[in-house]
Write a protein that binds this ligand. Structure first.
Ligand SMILES: [Zn+2]
Length: 285
């Protein structure tokens, strides 16, 4: 892909600040699980200030996806993110799985999440990432109705592409499980997630290999991290050290909003892959 100002490739770190929304979304008794709540609280209280300080020191502006409930519960963290000039995208209301909600409920969840952020800061998100990537066939249309320009939940490319949603375009900035820190670092039995936790350097190595591959291909490197996982002390020190070099490799480090705007420009010139959405109108046999 072509990138602005002659950059050879593009790079973005995104943090999904789920905090303890996950344990509440898992069931009505989540609030009683003090350990799980505390594991999530680490994100807004400890990891976010740490991450923001690194970004400030290195002059980086990046993207954060935050459920509306977390905006209400952790306003200080949200304020600090906005003060740092970073982007906030929508990440559902309380990390509910959209696939378990009706189209009307999905619209309600979205409106509630947008309203929480707008009421708090006047800031309206332009980007969306579905909780656990569970985007539905309803959501792209609902996002376009609400002025969103991009989604980051679908995985049909390494690099940004466009969805043609009944004649309207939504930019897709694809994540995938290989650039997500749950597989190497999450151990969360309460929500059915049990994986062997990797050491900091071992768990982060695949992300750095992806960066080298994106550079070679002139593509996009994109990480999907969580403050309570990659923002923990030893892991973040590995990231910080890596960033010192990574920032000198000729990448355009940008927010997903900036990458979406650039992708929309390429699309207007016919330079972006376009996929019709939804992929199917009914059951396939
Ligand atoms: Zn999440």
């Amino acid at each position: 892909m072509d990138w602005p100002n002659g950059a050879g490739f593009a790079a973005a770190i995104t943090f999904d600040m789920d905090a303890d929304s996950l344990i509440h979304a898992a069931g009505p008794d989540g609030w009683k699980n003090a350990y799980a709540v505390s594991m999530g609280q680490y994100g807004p209280h400890v990891a976010i200030p740490r991450i923001l300080e690194t970004y400030r020191r290195l002059g980086m502006k990046q993207s954060f996806f935050i459920p509306g409930w977390c905006v209400q519960t952790y306003p200080k963290a949200v304020e600090a993110i906005l003060e740092g000039g970073h982007e906030i995208g929508c990440h559902g209301w309380i990390h509910e799985n959209p696939a378990n909600r009706s189209a009307d409920q999905q619209a309600e969840d979205l409106d509630k999440a947008i309203e929480a952020l707008a009421a708090f800061s006047g800031y309206r998100p332009r980007g969306y990432r579905a909780p656990v990537y569970q985007i539905t066939n309803d959501l792209p249309g609902l996002l376009l109705d609400r002025g969103f320009t991009y989604d980051s939940s679908m995985m049909a490319d390494d690099d940004p592409y466009a969805l043609d949603v009944s004649g309207r375009k939504l930019i897709e900035i694809p994540p995938h499980w290989g650039i997500d820190d749950w597989p190497p670092f999450a151990h969360y039995e309460e929500i059915g997630y049990m994986m062997p936790v990797r050491g900091p350097s071992e768990g982060l190595a695949p992300f750095f290999e992806e960066f080298v591959a994106a550079k070679k291909d002139g593509g996009l490197w994109h990480a999907v991290w969580h403050p309570f996982l990659t923002g923990r002390r030893a892991r973040w020190q590995v990231v910080e050290e890596w960033l010192e070099t990574a920032l000198t490799e000729g990448a355009w480090f940008a927010t997903l909003g900036e990458i979406a705007d650039h992708s929309a420009k390429l699309d207007a010139e016919g330079g972006l892959r376009v996929l019709p959405f939804p992929a199917y109108e009914g059951p396939q046999t």
